[in-house]
Design a protein around this ligand. Sequence first.
Ligand SMILES: CC(C)(COP(=O)(O)OP(=O)(O)OC[C@H]1O[C@@H](n2cnc3c(N)ncnc32)[C@H](O)[C@@H]1OP(=O)(O)O)[C@@H](O)C(=O)NCCC(=O)NCCS
Length: 315
Amino acid sequence: MIEFRCFRNDDPPRLADAWRSADLGPSAMQPMTSALLEAGVFSKPYFDREGLIVAIDDGRVVGFAHAAFGPNADHSAIDTTVGTTLLVVVVPHAEHERIGADLLDRCETYLQRRGAATLLGGGSTEMRSFYLGLYGGADLPGVLDSSPTMQSVFRRAGYAEAERIGVLRRPLTGFRPPVNRLQLAIRRATTLRVIDEPARRSWWEAATTTGIALRRYELRGTGESLLGTASFWDMQPLATAWGVSATGLMHVGIEGERRRQGLAHYLVAEALHDLAQEGVTLAETHVSETNSPAMQLFTKIGFEIADRGTLFRKS
Ligand SMILES: CC(C)(COP(=O)(O)OP(=O)(O)OC[C@H]1O[C@@H](n2cnc3c(N)ncnc32)[C@H](O)[C@@H]1OP(=O)(O)O)[C@@H](O)C(=O)NCCC(=O)NCCS
């Protein structure tokens, strides 16, 4: 008989084992180890053992699912009114459908007990509580199309698509920023600053990016006014597992009144050139398919869709 219980301190090696056996697709870190789970999951200050449900069959871990919360409005603490089940991991098993369904059901019960009125499925830029660098790539992209087994667990439980997220990639070998009159004019009127390990802007950003090598590019205009920023991280350990040196573009933003003047194109292209010169060979970013300005910006820079993810919501 399959039993379900919450996480115990001696579980990590067996959870890593289950992860290695499950069919999670190419954007899940492999081979998973206890040390990687420690860094990306158990060490987080908001880790709650009650939210990580483990399925046991005859003493063997045959699956686990992890429910979590995102940040409150000022990113100073977690907000338990919206909860998500980040992952449902099931090893090949005669009863895999039932194990997945029961794990998800128990995650929902946990989230509701803590006060969640909205139930999501999968992580996102906002719900980036755990697994950054272990599942999904540059960010958490919901549940990827390349993890069809996990997607079907959510669909069978009545979850619907809330958002589609594009995983965009661009090879950087030999990358050159465009040279035209607009770009030259921006170069003359602005300065580009590179800040390694920038101070984190909030408790949430610090908690979710601990142990991650962050780099921020700042574009400044006359009088040092900030025009926009682009934040990248060294996509470890996934990039090493893929055999490339990859950078994840986490966010690019241009000040409202300065948009549509070519600044984001300039900023991202200069940053990618700088990274390419340091030996980075691949850039990845995730964009909601409803964010048409960002989609068009990245297409113009030469990014192409490599995968898609779905952020689910239970109605
Ligand atoms: C997305 C964003 C960074 C674009 O910045 P920007 O400086 O206005 O972009 P640029 O002027 O460099 O535009 C470059 C290209 O992007 C596309 N683009 C930018 N804004 C667009 C818009 N509102 N509608 C359609 N396409 C747009 C166009 O293809 C444009 O090329 P074109 O001017 O030759 O048509 C900006 O809108 C922003 O800060 N948005 C909020 C944050 C965000 O969504 N970030 C992206 C996800 S992390």
